[in-house]
Design a protein around this ligand. Sequence first.
Ligand SMILES: Cc1cc2nc3c(=O)[nH]c(=O)nc-3n(C[C@H](O)[C@H](O)[C@H](O)COP(=O)(O)OP(=O)(O)OC[C@H]3O[C@@H](n4cnc5c(N)ncnc54)[C@H](O)[C@@H]3O)c2cc1C
Length: 325
Amino acid sequence: MMANVLIYLETSHGSAGAALKKPAAEVATAGRALADAKGGTLTALVTGALAADGVLGRHGVDEVLHVDGEAYGRHLLDAQAAALEAAIADTQPDVVLLSATVLGKELGAYVAGRTGRALISDAVALTVEGGAVVATKPKFAGKAVAHIAASGPCIVSLRPNAVPPAESPREAKTRTLAVTPPAARVRLREVVPAAEKRLELTEADRIISGGRGLGGPEHWSEILDLATALGAAHGASRAVVDAGWRPHAEQVGQTGKTVSPKLYVACGISGAIQHLAGMSSSKVIVAVNKDPEAPIFRVADYGIIGDVHEVLPLLTEAARTFLSA
Ligand SMILES: Cc1cc2nc3c(=O)[nH]c(=O)nc-3n(C[C@H](O)[C@H](O)[C@H](O)COP(=O)(O)OP(=O)(O)OC[C@H]3O[C@@H](n4cnc5c(N)ncnc54)[C@H](O)[C@@H]3O)c2cc1C
């Protein structure tokens, strides 16, 4: 029986060159645990111009397969799928694991269709039972949990921030895999950077989020001031996004992003189950709300009962004073 695990790792392309994205360590950790449980090896596929990265060996990768070439430098689906299919043919894995990012979900579904593998998307935990991979997947915004077992070779996408990275050092040797890029059916014409340079929510250690309790977009500077003082990213509830105060890219929750920072400060957010679905695994949760009965206080480690317009400026001032001392 096939026992090997193949992971697909996403890279980002900043001014400092290519780098592995934060979920890479999470996918490697989950992949290592699966490979150990199945008695197989863990291979990581990396595409594009990525310099050797110590993170792979640190998190338990046995071998790195590198597909290089201009066609693979940007995340166009056809090229990434060609690389992943070639890596599957090369390693014959039982499980292919990738991160449930926008690209990961698309790539997983596309390659599952082309290779006839089963697909399990957006898993938050993985185990092996009787040789079969069993994925845990929250349903209905976390009100229920499904356990889905794959009866054969499968592709699984893992929700970012669901599996804490763990170390399992080994020497990850790199092997180059030559793949002829497919004829380009689409081409990347231009990448326009966002007007506002901000920390990526899913990768931030600290997040300040605002809800309808802020009262209107004209008060958002209170969130931004605290975020700047703490070097934090800023997020929003869906009520705020639906009202057009903030872009959808900032939404945290079931239909937004899943985050797991060290510090999450929820300001004027009631704590609806759909919001909790995206942030309840944060290490320390602080809630500011004028309603002592607000559900957010049930998950908060620290609660401040008060008006956000009074509390936020005080927190900002305290953060500035403390961090400059
Ligand atoms: C299918 C589905 C998917 C959803 N997905 C998401 C999702 O991804 N993310 C998400 O966030 N929601 C999601 N929702 C919506 C969710 O159910 C809630 O409606 C939403 O989270 C409420 O946002 P809120 O807490 O900002 O607003 P409200 O529920 O209106 O809460 C505002 C809070 O602010 C407090 N407040 C008011 N004024 C002040 C003040 N001056 N100072 C301090 N506190 C104050 C109030 O006491 C209240 O607790 C989804 C809903 C559905 C049905």
